[in-house]
Design a protein around this ligand. Structure first.
Ligand SMILES: Nc1nc2c(ncn2[C@@H]2O[C@H](COP(=O)(O)OP(=O)(O)OP(=O)(O)O)[C@@H](O)[C@H]2O)c(=O)[nH]1
Length: 611
């Protein structure tokens, strides 16, 4: 255990999340913009997938809020995870809390809460990650007068009454929207209870206003509310962000070291794409060259040892199949390598075990372990079964896997792709085989696409099956209402039970006078119905009033049945259901029948001896 001295404090790791175009990148750029003179010690350093702000920079950036010098700074710095491309972004969103101590959820003050804001919010709450909300783009309030890089409170005080009013209205709308999503939020300077309320920091990534407030809040929140344990270097905690091929280095992994120390030559284990763990030795630990040394030939600085928290590139053999989102562990002198391998791979296997063992479900594909986890959880909650998963770009073999569902269920013969590329061959193959491929960068868009497709297929199937669907009914003849005795039979009936539809085949049950055996006699199908001189196609129990005239036609003339011989005024007429027709009802018309009508299906099944 490292000594609990100030040298061993680690910097908190901060992620930025939010809906597209809210200004995440711009905010990052703005806080990265350095006032530190070139070459001055303690400057901001760009790391792999992250930017490090040393204490000195933090002090400078928050100076407008600390004019009397009363603020206390206990941190060595702050590591802000960059979210340049989409891939690492989703990775961080889904794996967020495992490497992120605090998050900034960016909301565009002009747009309020947007779909992805809610998705990010859910993730932060699920993972119990503390966060603040940057209410960005305040400079877009009509008539805003910018005071660059100023504290927000002071800037607001300089605005006209109408700007202040617009700010209040928009801020209140955001607070209400958060409330509707079960979250208490308030302006950070009104927040007296950080445990209960989330702080809103108004910012402008364009003018820099509110950015001192945001950084100060991050500092205060992390140093007061983060447990000491998290702050001190203890066990190694390291997460693979991205797997990248770099000329001259081969396949490398970009990792965030969130706790502990990594050394050149360390034996490391991590999760592999094919479900087995990778064990290899660190050949090089690399960070980008500081800006002032760009003239140096090599793009990277080599380190013998790196200490949390930071982003670092690892070059090592056998990383081709490394899995983004995976944990990385170091095999210590007392560790059993096999045990560690089992441990890292358990992240993947526990995910895989959550999928449907019966092999009935959609296939899903995601960019990283973290995003796969988020997607599977979403599908589980949405009751969409999953039969196969994979990570990385979609190839032909993934389409093959999805095609095994074609025979069982067309709806489920699809591939839900979250933030992954689909190669051309695979796309063509899917098209030829009739496998639907859905692609989206936002999880619930996949859900929307899938449910829309599901609905469309259900509608198509209902249309196809409608002629074979037999709704249950029991009919009685209205006394004397015989209009035609045979082919077509035309009689007046009442619906005693269930629902009568045009197209329903009818039968009667007679007892053979000699053998006393039960005989089910098919009469033909109802081809038309008329009530009060109007053509109708559905009549429910109790809805037949003074009777419905029905025409029953038999497809084969020789089979035609006659009044007086095969049925009479006392006969009960039944829908002639079958095993097949019941299955169709269950599959496509389940919700069209009431509980009572389903009970009638069971009753008719008994009467007609259907097993
Ligand atoms: N007026 C104003 N515009 C802003 C501000 N922040 C961002 N923008 C603009 O909003 C647009 C989106 O900003 P980005 O920083 O790319 O947004 P993002 O959230 O990173 O977007 P994605 O990476 O697509 O998710 C750009 O045109 C920015 O110039 C702000 O504070 N004020």
């Amino acid at each position: 255990m490292a000594a609990r001295s100030k040298d061993d404090l680690r910097s908190p790791i901060c992620c930025i999340l939010g809906h597209v175009d809210t200004g995440k990148t711009k905010l990052l750029d703005k806080i990265r913009q350095t006032n530190v003179q070139e070459g001055e010690a303690g400057g901001i350093t760009q790391q792999i997938g992250a930017t490090f702000f040393p204490l000195e920079t933090i002090k400078q950036k928050t100076a407008v809020l600390n004019k009397d010098g009363s603020k206390e700074y206990k941190l060595p710095g702050l590591l802000v995870i960059d979210t340049p491309g989409h891939e690492s972004f989703t990775n961080l969103r889904s794996r967020g809390s495992s490497l992120c101590n605090i998050a900034i959820l960016v909301v565009d003050i002009m747009h309020g809460l947007e779909p992805q804001t809610l998705e990010s919010l859910k993730l932060l709450r699920d993972k119990k990650t503390p966060f603040i909300v940057a209410l960005n783009k305040v400079d877009r309030l009509f008539g805003w007068k910018a005071i660059p890089d100023n504290s927000f409170v002071d800037s607001l005080a300089h605005q006209s009454e109408s700007v202040k009013r617009e700010f209040e209205t928009r801020k209140d709308a955001v607070i209400t929207a958060f409330q509707e999503n079960g979250l208490n939020a308030t302006l950070y300077y009104d927040n007296k209870n950080m445990g209960k309320y989330v702080s809103l920091v108004p910012t402008s990534a364009h003018t820099g206003e509110g950015i001192p407030d945001m950084i100060m809040l991050l500092v205060e929140l992390t140093q007061t509310r983060m447990s000491e344990r998290l702050m001190y270097i203890s066990e190694l905690e390291c997460t693979v962000l991205e797997v990248k091929v770099i000329e001259g280095l081969g396949t490398t992994i970009d990792v965030v070291l969130s706790n502990g120390v990594l050394r050149e030559g360390d034996r490391i284990v991590l999760c592999g794409l094919n479900g087995s763990a990778i064990a290899t030795n660190v050949r090089a630990l690399l960070t980008p060259q500081p800006l002032k040394e760009l003239r140096v030939k090599s793009a990277y600085v080599h380190h013998k040892e790196v200490k949390a928290s930071l982003g670092v590139k690892i070059a090592a053999p056998d990383l081709e199949k490394a899995l983004a989102g995976s944990r990385l562990m170091v095999v210590g002198p007392d560790d059993d390598e096999e045990e560690l391998k089992d441990e890292v791979i358990s992240d993947l296997t526990s995910l895989l075990s959550s999928i449907n063992k019966s092999g009935h479900g959609v296939c899903v594909q995601a960019s990283t372990l973290g995003s796969l986890e988020a997607l599977l959880e979403f599908l589980r909650v949405s009751n969409i079964p999953v039969s196969g998963v994979n990570i990385g770009p979609v190839h032909r073999k993934d389409i093959m896997r999805a095609s095994t569902m074609l025979e069982k269920s067309k709806e489920l013969a699809c591939l839900l792709c979250f933030d992954v590329k689909v190669d051309k061959d695979a796309e063509q193959m899917a098209e030829e085989m009739g496998i639907k491929v859905f692609k989206a960068d936002i999880i619930y868009h996949l859900f929307d696409q899938f449910t829309a497709y599901h609905k469309q297929l259900t509608e198509e199937r209902r249309k196809d099956q409608a002629p074979s669907a037999v709704f249950p009914c029991i009919l009685k003849m209205v006394p004397g209402a015989i209009f035609n005795k045979k082919d077509p039979i035309v009689i007046g009936v009442d619906v005693v039970e269930g629902v009568m539809k045009t197209g329903t085949p009818l039968c009667v049950i007679n007892i053979n006078p000699e053998t006393k055996a039960k005989e089910i006699v098919s009469l033909g199908k109802i081809t038309s119905m008329e009530m009060n001189h109007k053509v109708v196609d559905t009549v429910k129990k109790g809805g037949s009033g003074g009777g419905v005239a029905i025409k029953v036609e038999c497809a084969v003339y020789e089979n035609a049945k006659t009044f007086g011989r095969h049925f009479n005024e006392q006969s009960e007429f039944y829908s002639m259901i079958s095993r097949e027709s019941i299955n169709i009802l269950k599959e496509s018309f389940r919700n069209d029948l009431s509980k009572e009508e389903w009970a009638l299906v069971v009753k008719l099944k008994g009467k007609l001896d259907i097993v």
